[in-house]
Design a protein around this ligand. Structure first.
Ligand SMILES: Nc1c(NC[C@H](O)[C@H](O)[C@H](O)CO)[nH]c(=O)[nH]c1=O
Ligand SMILES: CC(=O)[C@@H](O)COP(=O)(O)O
Length: 164
């Protein structure tokens, strides 16, 4: 199912855990800033709307999405971080550069999550065009930042269940 058929900002909020003591790191790529700032706002506000405390959310900027993995690795290893949300937008260009970035970041973030046993969320848009990005950063298909934040919250609940 594509985003065209499932709004990224429409999700069930049933049975979400208390996240008032949870601490989040949001890593934001500076490339395509208009898009990544909208994704950040979506993720940040969604965390607040569901009980996170503002001083329990830290933000780290990186030059581009390729650097998200490195920063996520540094932050996920901190004892005072419970979950990391990586935010970026990699728009297809004339070459295959975007493919290399996207695959590296997707695999890299997965590896960080597995190594640290913490949720590390892939909040990275990989559109073909700028318009597709805008449509998914608060446009007609919702905001992937919202989705990334809810995903982090749901994974924290799962971690509580499996680590009881
Ligand atoms: N073209 C995009 C990039 N490119 C930059 C890379 O992410 C990286 O910073 C560079 O290759 C140096 O390591 N980054 C994006 O986030 N989005 C793009 O569309
Ligand atoms: C994903 C990118 O780095 C991209 O902007 C590079 O564009 P191009 O493939 O045209 O060099």
């Amino acid at each position: 199912m594509s985003s065209a058929n499932k709004n990224l900002s429409v999700f069930s909020t049933d049975n979400l855990p208390d996240i008032s003591t949870r601490r989040f790191a949001l890593v934001v790529a500076e490339w395509n800033e208009e898009v990544t700032e909208a994704l950040f706002e979506g993720a940040y506000q969604t965390l607040l709307n569901h009980g996170a405390q503002p001083d329990h959310i830290i933000r780290a900027n990186v030059p581009g999405s390729y650097e998200l993995t490195t920063a996520a690795n540094w932050l996920a290893q901190r004892a005072d971080i419970d979950a990391v949300i990586a935010i970026g937008c990699v728009i297809q260009g004339e070459t295959k550069h975007n493919d290399y970035i996207n695959h590296a970041v997707a695999q890299g973030l997965t590896n960080v999550s597995l190594k640290t046993n913490k949720p590390v969320i892939f909040g990275v848009l990989t559109p073909n065009t700028q318009q597709q990005a805008l449509d998914r950063a608060g446009g007609i298909h919702g905001n992937k930042g919202d989705e990334a934040a809810i995903t982090a919250i749901k994974m924290l609940k799962l971690s509580e269940l499996v680590n009881e």
